[in-house]
Ligand binder design. Structure first.
Ligand code: AMP
Length: 403
């Protein structure tokens, strides 16, 4: 990690105040109980390291989509007990993120305590990237550290302007994310395979256009494969049995042309699972492309021949990046292809033959459903930021921490 500033670059932190921009935007139930603590747990090593280096740590984050100040539903006070539990140290909550209350709280901090400030998005200036707000925010701090990779695609005040105000560095989680993702796409061992699934082509155009220029093999599956199948002459796929987007056919053809020019092999389904209804355990059968029923059945997964083909190609690869399920994984048995390919990737990873990186919204749930969430080389905590990174875009919250 020579390209970016890391904790080492901040030097000795004894007696200094370190402001840590974390992403504590965790899921919560209606009683304000945190239902998944992954984002909290993964930033704790950074807090501990900063404390070990002698710093007083002040944690800042956004939470939800608040409607202005005082929207208690979106108060970070609900997260403080979980942070305290995960950290094993007293967490003092301050009900503002700027101003005299914060200054006093920092002054009165005891050794071994951590401060958590109120939701940054209680101020509109946060989302606007306002430089004056960022200046106010970092006032009590000597150094700035960011662990919020999952917000790095947003040029918000606490992500970019604040980082310019103080000596700044990646936290350990951010360092881990950027390292893993760079190994996946920027500097991968080849052959490199990408798997892109999910529902619609139209939402993943930038992603596909970037990938065909970078990867050696591109698996297109899920609902979005239907448009590519139609574009490559599979006439049995139609709008009544699948998610074909007729207005995207020419775009799909263009993407396939670019792939060919870049020696990227596109792998499309050769058989599919069709179901009578869109519901779990619906009546279903596996058919070759020539035998897709014209009406009354929907394509909800890919079949065993396709799974075998993907897994055989995967075994030839050294790196995999994955976004999007291969079928409707939320309903059994249409999670079959996703599960079997995930299991193969996990097996190759365990054998030391494959670096496997995955991320983006539904992919994390799909891989958890397949039981492999701890068996990939890296599963990103980020949704939108992971997608934008796969699209080849620069993430402002990462770029600002370049050396
Ligand atoms: P995305 O958010 O674009 O990654 O799409 C994820 C969604 O795609 C999941 O909810 C899947 O159920 C859905 N999906 C995957 N394959 C299909 C399919 N063949 N037909 C309909 N939806 C699908």
């Amino acid at each position: 990690m020579t390209e970016y500033k890391t904790l080492k670059d901040l030097g000795d932190l004894h007696g200094k105040v370190a402001m840590l921009r974390a992403d504590l935007n965790v899921p919560m139930d209606e009683n304000f109980h945190v239902t998944n603590t992954a984002r909290i747990d993964r930033t704790v090593p950074t807090i501990k390291t900063l404390m070990d280096k002698g710093a007083k740590v002040v944690v800042i984050s956004h939470f939800g989509r608040p409607e202005g100040k005082g929207d208690m539903k979106n108060s970070l006070s609900h997260v403080a007990p979980e942070l305290q539990k995960s950290l094993g140290k007293t967490v003092v909550f301050v009900d503002d993120c700027i101003g005299s209350k914060v200054a006093d709280a920092v002054k009165n901090m005891k050794a071994d305590e951590v401060l958590l400030l109120e939701n940054l998005r209680f101020y509109d200036e946060e989302k606007k990237g306002d430089a004056a707000f960022a200046k106010e925010l970092v006032k009590p701090a000597d150094v700035y550290v960011s662990d919020a990779f999952s917000t790095a695609h947003r040029a918000h005040a606490s992500m970019v302007a604040a980082a310019k105000e103080r000596p700044a560095a990646f936290g350990l989680l951010m360092e881990e994310e950027v390292n893993a993702l760079s190994k996946g796409l920027n500097n991968p061992d080849r052959p490199l395979m990408a798997i892109v699934g999910g529902s619609k082509v139209s939402t993943k155009l930038d992603l596909l256009n970037n990938l065909v220029k970078k990867v050696n093999k591109l698996v297109i599956s899920g609902g979005m494969a239907h448009t590519f199948m139609k574009a490559s002459g599979v006439d049995t796929v139609n709008e009544s049995n699948s998610l074909v987007q007729m207005d995207m056919i020419d775009t799909a053809k263009e993407i396939m042309k670019t792939a060919q020019a870049n020696n990227c092999e596109i792998i499309l389904p050769v058989d599919v699972v069709v179901a009578k209804e869109f519901k779990p355990m619906a009546e279903h059968k596996t058919v070759d492309l020539a035998h897709i029923p014209a009406e009354g059945w929907s394509l909800l997964d890919v079949g065993e021949k396709t799974i075998a083909a993907i897994n055989a190609k995967l075994a030839e690869c050294k790196t995999l990046v994955w976004n999007g399920p291969l079928g409707v994984f939320e309903m059994k048995p249409f999670d079959n292809a996703t599960n079997k390919v995930a299991a193969k990737a996990a097996e190759l990873t365990a054998a030391g033959k494959l670096t496997s990186v995955a991320g983006g919204g539904d992919t994390v749930s799909a891989l958890a459903n397949a039981g492999v969430e701890n068996k990939f080389s890296y599963i990103s905590t980020a949704g939108g930021a992971f997608l934008e990174w796969m699209e080849g875009k620069e993430l402002p919250g990462v770029v600002v921490l370049k050396k």
